[in-house]
Design a protein around this ligand. Structure first.
Ligand code: SIN
Length: 495
């Protein structure tokens, strides 16, 4: 149980790395059965810290504490809740450098991206702190003279949250900020690969005066026991999950017994379309951002790049030139733009997609090989002449592989883009306004980037259609998932 000096020595405030979970009102460093799990740095393989492997008993205790804390928290005014969240936001910013180092160390993304993520996470806190004062209801003109109709919005109660390893800071921010802003409490489980970021945020929450019990962080080796507890505990009103569609389905099944409310942000298979009237240089910039941010490990990652025939060769040439300038390495080092992947299974999946594409007639334009830097590093790869018959067309690669497809007509590419059970995001580059409107309307996704490869912001609704999820996070829509609507019919009123 020793935090690795390579991490500690880089921190201004070493107390932000804790080898304990926040269970209700206490920081707990041991599991009842003594079991623990290690957090490793994917770039170096070093064990950074060891955490208690907690189970349903601790999750239940956290829910009990959350239930008590939530009642008092919900009674406070929106303005009061906002001021506590703003203090948390302030501490988040003051500790930006340390939070970014912790994030890069456990997740692998380049330090500049980690700083971007911490700021992105903080922006949710700021946004929803402001929204805390604007949880408006309605007065509806009644259907009879002696009645008045009020609609009030109330917090759902205790929320269980499960977050992924690809954005260990921003994904919990996007959930806990709206939940607490409207008066809910949250019991969260970070991914086993990246729990240190969420624990550091919980430490800052304590310092900001977030009431004890309101935000628990349960560390666990896997999500399945936590998920079962959240879906079966009657005191949990809602579950919010970001992760795979497969796990989303399991949570839905388990939650069916109690008709558990669910917010799901699941997998994607984003099309990125370049039409022949596009600004090709802008499309290259967009493709680099949408494809290679976080080494391709984002749910909104450009998974299939469709390029119209007339600009196909020019686009490929420019894309491969830009991809060759990416610098692979340990994200903590200066100038690195592609870090390691999270684990061996991720490496295997990307390699399988490359091999399958080659076996079915695609060709490598750039990359395709592993990197000598370590077992979790892959050189960013561009594969051309990809077709719908290949695995990359159907499965989310979640890695630094850009498969490029050729297409001829607008209707053909719309059909190809929509030929998937996923519907999170889609991107396209074009200049013709009629074409822009037609394609934006036709894409079966929750988020469309037109002439941009970066669509993430706290002010807009994030979420998918089809099997990419339920509900929206961020923006004014993001509070709705944490609110119940109550209609009050007031009788006996004077006509
Ligand atoms: C995700 O990959 O799930 C989130 C990406 C983002 O918010 O930009």
């Amino acid at each position: 149980m020793v935090i690795h000096p390579s991490l500690l020595s880089r921190l201004k405030d070493q107390t932000l790395v804790v080898e304990a979970a926040k269970v209700g009102t206490e920081w707990q460093s041991w599991a009842q059965d003594g079991s623990r799990f290690d957090v490793t740095n994917p770039a170096t393989g070093e064990v950074l810290a060891s955490l208690p492997a907690l189970g349903p008993i601790e999750a239940r205790r956290a829910v009990e504490a959350a239930k008590r804390a939530q009642k008092a928290w919900a009674k406070r005014t929106g303005k009061d809740r906002a001021s506590v969240l703003k203090r948390w936001h302030q501490l988040w910013l003051e500790n930006l450098d340390d939070l970014a180092v912790i994030l890069t160390s456990e997740q692998g993304k380049p330090l500049t991206e980690a700083r971007g993520e911490v700021l992105y996470g903080a922006s949710y806190l700021e946004w929803f702190a402001e929204e805390a004062k604007r949880i408006y209801g309605d007065i509806i003109p009644a259907h009879a003279e002696n009645l008045r109709i009020l609609v009030m919005k109330q917090p759902v109660g205790v929320v269980g949250a499960i977050t992924p390893w690809n954005f260990p800071n921003a994904m919990i921010a996007r959930k806990v900020a709206p939940a607490l802003a409207v008066g809910c409490a949250m019991v969260a489980k970070p991914a086993a690969e990246t729990p240190l970021s969420m624990l550091a945020l919980a430490m800052l929450a304590d310092r900001a005066g977030i009431p004890d019990g309101l935000f628990s962080v349960i560390t666990a080796r896997s999500g399945s026991e936590f998920g079962k507890e959240m879906t079966s505990n009657p005191d949990v009103a809602k579950i919010t999950f970001t992760g795979s569609t497969e796990v989303g389905r399991i949570l839905m099944r388990q939650g069916a017994e109690q008709i558990k409310k669910l917010g799901l942000e699941l997998g994607g298979n984003a099309p990125f379309i370049v039409f022949d009237d596009a600004d090709i240089d802008a499309a290259i910039d967009g493709a680099m951002a949408a494809k290679f941010r976080n080494a391709g490990q984002t749910c909104v990652c450009a998974n299939r790049i469709y390029v119209q025939s007339a600009v196909y060769d020019a686009f490929l040439e420019k894309l491969s030139a830009r991809v060759s300038t990416l610098k692979v390495g340990n994200g903590i080092d200066q100038g690195i733009t592609i870090g390691p992947l999270i684990n061996a299974a991720s490496i295997d999946k990307v390699q399988d997609h490359i091999a399958d594409a080659l076996a079915h007639g695609a060709r490598i334009v750039t990359g395709g090989d592993t990197s000598p830097l370590g077992p979790l590093f892959l050189n960013p790869t561009v594969v051309a002449d990809v077709t719908s018959a290949m695995k990359v067309a159907r499965e989310e690669t979640f890695g630094p592989l850009a498969p490029v497809f050729r297409f001829e007509t607008v209707d053909e590419v719309i059909a190809m883009a929509n030929d998937t059970e996923f519907g999170l995001s889609g991107y396209f580059y074009a200049r013709d306004m009629a074409r822009i409107i037609k394609v934006a309307e036709a894409l079966e996704v929750g988020i469309v980037g037109v002439n941009t490869g970066l669509i993430s912001t706290e002010v807009a609704p994030f979420g998918g259609v089809k099997q990419s999820g339920l509900g929206r996070e961020g923006s004014q829509y993001g509070v709705e998932d944490y609110l119940e609507i109550k209609y009050v019919c007031l009788g006996g009123q004077e006509a």
